[in-house]
Design a protein around this ligand. Structure first.
Ligand code: ATP
Ligand code: MG
Length: 328
């Protein structure tokens, strides 16, 4: 059997129509209507977490509205990194927006602006003026993870569509579809745990789920499927280590817990936090920990790490906090 690894599966299985977009029903249903009356279509912002279908949806819209040659001629794709040079935005984009070829004077033009939240505010101001001045046959679709980083004058000129994390059953269904198409030899008895793990790793990001699946295949991990290997290649700690950690915490043995933490040589601290959260119910069953305060503390640690605090200090502080919060 030959498994196709040539092409990234995220591209190979990029949805080509609205029907193939998994979930995102509210956004997709409204967009279907807009596309029918393309000239009345507003400028749009697709906002939401990574790997939930924003770019795919924007491309579907562009392909629906601009067929064949027109797609290549009348779609302008721009990435935040292109806009680092401000003159680039001004000139290229202004030219594209204002040039009206005599023959196709009224054809629709679409500007796809990816990672719009990474565009510096000053450049966003320039962009805003370009959007304001654009003729009605030019439509902007901005994509971003954090709408809070887009300036208000742009937001108020756009219809905002919020994309949401994909739920487990949708992610698993899509992975199963790909596994069937690629004829993957997933051992039936481990299938459920495998998909469960891929979903956990993805945290609702379908791109990450598909990439992890393809990576497992490329590393030939499927035949003797070991879930711990899958966790490891994705930067999560193996289950036996996590179990030992839980035991040492329950025993209030801080030194053992910290030593375990220090043995992990591929530690990704934010993944580690997610795994800690995933084992909290093990403490809950025994009513061992003061939960609300502990969860608040985990949130705080997550924030500190995101701001660049020393990971080892933060994580061992969390282990200490868990032990301190144990009842009895
Ligand atoms: N809602 C979805 N339906 C079907 N496939 C999806 C969906 N979301 C993501 N995918 C899969 O993940 C890949 C990446 O999706 P896409 O590029 O649309 O994500 P995005 O929301 O633009 O993410 P980012 O914020 O990182 O740019 C797609 O090629 C597709 O295979
Ligand atoms: Mg995208």
């Amino acid at each position: 059997m030959v498994i196709d690894l040539e092409k990234p599966w995220v591209e190979k299985y990029r949805p080509n129509s609205f029907d193939e977009i998994v979930s995102q029903n509210i956004a997709v249903n409204n967009l279907r209507e807009f596309v029918k009356k393309s000239y009345k279509m507003p400028h749009m912002i697709f906002s939401g977490p990574a790997g939930t279908g924003k770019t795919s949806t924007a491309l579907i819209i562009a392909k629906k509205l601009l067929k064949g040659e027109d797609f290549y001629r009348n779609v302008f794709e721009l990435n935040a990194s292109d806009t680092v040079r401000m003159d680039f935005v001004r000139h290229q984009l202004k030219d594209f927006v204002s040039q009206n070829m005599i023959l196709s004077e009224n054809t629709l033009k679409i500007v796809l602006l990816d990672e719009a939240d990474n565009i510096p505010k000053t450049v966003q101001q320039t962009l805003r003026r370009i959007i304001e001045g654009a003729p009605s046959n030019v439509k902007f679709i901005l994509m971003c993870n954090y709408i809070s980083k887009i300036i208000d004058p742009i937001i108020s000129r756009c219809a905002v569509f919020r994309f949401v994390d994909l739920p487990k059953e949708k992610i698993v269904k899509r992975l199963e579809y790909i596994a069937t198409q690629e004829d993957l030899p997933i051992p039936p008895e481990k299938k459920d745990e495998f998909y469960e793990t891929l979903y956990f790793i993805s945290a609702g990001d379908l791109r990450k789920a598909i990439n992890t699946l393809q990576m497992a295949v490329a590393l030939e991990l499927l035949e003797n499927l070991d879930i711990n290997e899958i966790l490891k290649i994705s930067g999560f700690i193996e289950k036996p280590i996590l179990d030992q950690l839980v035991i040492s915490l329950k025993e209030k043995d801080f030194h053992k817990a910290r030593d375990l933490l220090n043995t992990i040589d591929y530690l990704d601290s934010r993944n580690f936090l997610r795994q800690i959260v995933s084992v909290l119910p093990k403490f809950e069953e025994l009513n061992l920990i003061d939960f609300s305060q502990l969860r608040a503390y985990i949130g705080e640690i997550d924030f500190r790490i995101s701001q660049g605090a020393n990971e080892n200090i933060q994580l061992s502080s969390l282990l200490a906090e868990m032990i301190l919060r144990m009842k009895n």
